[in-house]
Write a protein that binds this ligand. Sequence first.
Ligand SMILES: NC(=O)c1ccc[n+]([C@@H]2O[C@H](COP(=O)([O-])OP(=O)(O)OC[C@H]3O[C@@H](n4cnc5c(N)ncnc54)[C@H](OP(=O)(O)O)[C@@H]3O)[C@@H](O)[C@H]2O)c1
Length: 297
Amino acid sequence: MKERIALIGPGRLGQAVGALLQQAGYPITAIVGRDQQRTRDAAQFIGASLMATTDLTRCNRAEVILCCVGDDQLAPLADALVDTLADSLAPTLIHFSGRHRADILRPADPRAAHWRVLSLHPLQTFASGEQGLNSLPGSFCAIEGHDDLFPLGAKLALELGCQPFRLRSEDKERYHAAACMASNFVTTLFHQATTLMAETLEDPAMATTVLAPIFQTAATNTLNLGPHKALTGPIVRGDIDTIRGHLNQLAEHNPERLPFYLELAEQTRQLALESERLAPEQATQLKELLGTFASKS
Ligand SMILES: NC(=O)c1ccc[n+]([C@@H]2O[C@H](COP(=O)([O-])OP(=O)(O)OC[C@H]3O[C@@H](n4cnc5c(N)ncnc54)[C@H](OP(=O)(O)O)[C@@H]3O)[C@@H](O)[C@H]2O)c1
């Protein structure tokens, strides 16, 4: 059975999800945006141009309402839907935020007490509808909300080409913190490395280019071998003088980068120790060295 779907918020994620479900044969009864022209363009991308509207009440014929607005707009949107869905028997509302629990879609109003709410979070990044459309298949998708709705969430995730898995509501924020570490923080780490590298090159514009292969290999090795085996470099080798050299140079030329380096060096030291590839006495010496610089920074 393919439920009738309304989609609110046809942005980056909404366009990708809408297009994939439309291709899978789900009837789309409304695509609701804030701006008529942007909504029309998005609906055309999804393949349901006649369903474009800025009128929220057009959602009332849908069995499943996909709320694809930004995180901060979810609660106000749910409030705004109370009147629209007053006559609906058991509407199912789904959002896609990694941060919020499903129940952000259930307003305190007693008329919303029977709403069925669910969150689906694809572990993927969407810079545009087009890119999302291509990247979603093969991704994983966390499903959180009432157990009775898990089969529906799993079915929709599979239609998007994603592998569904269940997430407990109380773990949602920590789950999202982990997802941010694996995507956003990796980007920040690379930015730190390229900025420092640029200062050392005759042609600073080459920083990203020269670091790209080593960055890609480190990521691939980490995924293929696991962190304990993939780790290389002076810390796991116990080359303490090399680390001392880094710290002296950073303290002299880039003191603002020292706390970042020291924190990651300490985390790397612990990983190296755990992997049993760094001898405990060298780990202790390294800890003392890092401590000396930490007290100065
Ligand atoms: N992008 C990602 O990488 C990603 C990944 C996983 C999950 N998500 C989740 O997906 C959701 C959407 O994110 P996004 O990146 O797709 O955001 P986005 O590109 O900013 O899209 C949000 C859309 O919602 C529309 N909108 C906002 N308020 C509205 C309202 N009251 N009524 C109707 N339409 C409204 C916006 O219209 P305007 O054009 O008028 O602004 C826009 O089309 C978020 O919960 C986010 O956490 C995103």
